[in-house]
Design a protein around this ligand. Structure first.
Ligand SMILES: [Cu+2]
Length: 125
C-alpha cells in the first residue's frame, strides 16, 4: 500500500483556491491602505469646532516654563471626561500668556498622540 498523501487531489484543488482567494484579499487590502493617506492629511488641519467644543474651566496654576496649565474643568464631552482638576499640556506656551490663577476660562482640549493637550484657551469675564 502506498503512503497516504496528506492532501487528496480534491483537497489540493481546494487549497489552491484558498491561496488564490487569499491573494485577492491581500491585493484589496493593499489597495485599502491608500485610504489612511487622506486621514493623515486631514489630521494636519485643525479639527472642526464641532469635534472639539469649548469647555468651561478655572485656572488653578500656570506653568509657563513647562508649558502646562492646571485647570479645574467641567465635563469634557469630546474626551468623555467628568469634571475634575488636572494638569494639561498646552499646544503653544503663548496660549498661557496673561492667564493667572483664578481666571475663568473657556478652552479646548484634545487628545494628541495619547496625551491631552489644550489647543485653545481664553479668559472669560
Ligand atoms: Cu480632566
Amino acid at each position: 500500500m502506498s503512503r497516504r498523501h496528506l492532501l487528496s487531489p480534491a483537497a489540493a484543488a481546494v487549497a489552491r483556491q484558498v491561496v488564490a482567494l487569499a491573494a485577492i484579499v491581500l491585493a484589496s487590502a493593499v489597495g485599502a491602505q491608500q485610504a489612511p493617506r487622506d486621514a493623515d492629511h486631514a489630521a494636519h488641519h485643525p479639527a472642526a469646532e464641532s469635534s472639539a467644543p469649548k469647555s468651561e474651566g478655572e485656572v488653578r496654576k500656570v506653568d509657563l516654563a513647562q508649558g502646562k496649565v492646571t485647570l479645574r474643568h467641567g465635563p469634557l464631552e469630546n474626551l468623555d471626561m467628568p469634571a475634575m482638576t488636572m494638569v494639561f499640556a498646552v499646544a503653544d506656551p503663548n496660549l498661557l500668556e496673561g492667564l493667572k490663577q483664578g481666571d475663568k476660562v473657556r478652552f479646548t482640549a484634545e487628545k494628541r498622540d495619547g496625551a491631552l493637550v489644550v489647543t485653545a484657551i481664553e479668559a472669560v469675564k
